[in-house]
Design a protein around this ligand. Structure first.
Ligand code: ZN
Length: 198
């Protein structure tokens, strides 16, 4: 939108670029997320198949393995053995997936859900510059789009860092610097193309 606005295009043209960018971005985020979470899910499924196979073919070695895992976590040998036996009696595959492979059998990767979530979150934040365009007078168009986008980028960066337990100010600054750089370059390209194409 910044690039199109810098080329002195009409409000309608900027709006179309914003809406097109919203859909294109949301869909490409969804596809990217779908592909990456699908391969994660494939890897999980492959691990589960291997584990099932091993449990059938060598149940004793697998029980020893589980016992060893609990000993490494601090239980003494006898207790580790009893824990391994009792958990195996209830849900043998589940115990191995959780404690050996670190896979929660009730929370396997969900590609479609991940795709929807990233498409929706992209789309909801992509409405910020569109709203900025709609409410601002022509003279303030560029600063309004850039400013509001930067504020929402900074908020997103801080939120992401907070959820991940990282320093929030640094993360917010990082996305703001990256965002400003991207907008400056795009504005420059829009300006040059706007002038050269009249
Ligand atoms: Zn195992």
């Amino acid at each position: 939108m910044i690039g199109v606005a810098a080329s002195d295009a009409s409000k309608q043209a900027i709006l179309i670029s914003g809406v097109a960018g919203l859909f294109a971005g949301a869909m490409s985020m969804a596809v990217g997320e779908f592909v990456s979470v699908s391969s994660q899910r494939d890897a999980e499924q492959a691990d589960i198949e291997v584990e099932k196979h091993e449990l059938e073919r060598q149940p004793h070695a697998e029980l020893d393995e589980l016992t060893l895992i609990y000993m490494q976590r601090g239980l003494d040998k006898e207790l580790a053995r009893r824990v391994a036996e009792q958990l195996s009696a209830r849900d043998r595959l589940g115990a191995h997936l959780r404690d050996e492979l670190g896979i929660d059998p009730h929370a396997l990767a969900r590609p479609l859900q991940a795709a929807w979530i990233s498409a929706l979150s992209f789309a909801s934040f992509a409405t910020v510059p569109i709203v900025a365009l709609l409410v601002s007078p022509q003279s303030l168009r560029m600063p309004a789009i850039a400013g509001l986008s930067l504020v929402s980028l900074g908020a997103l960066g801080a939120l992401g860092a907070r959820l991940g337990g990282a320093p929030t100010v640094r993360a917010a600054l990082r996305v703001c610097v990256g965002g400003s750089l991207a907008m400056t370059v795009t504005a420059g390209i829009g300006k040059i193309l706007g002038i050269s194409m009249g």
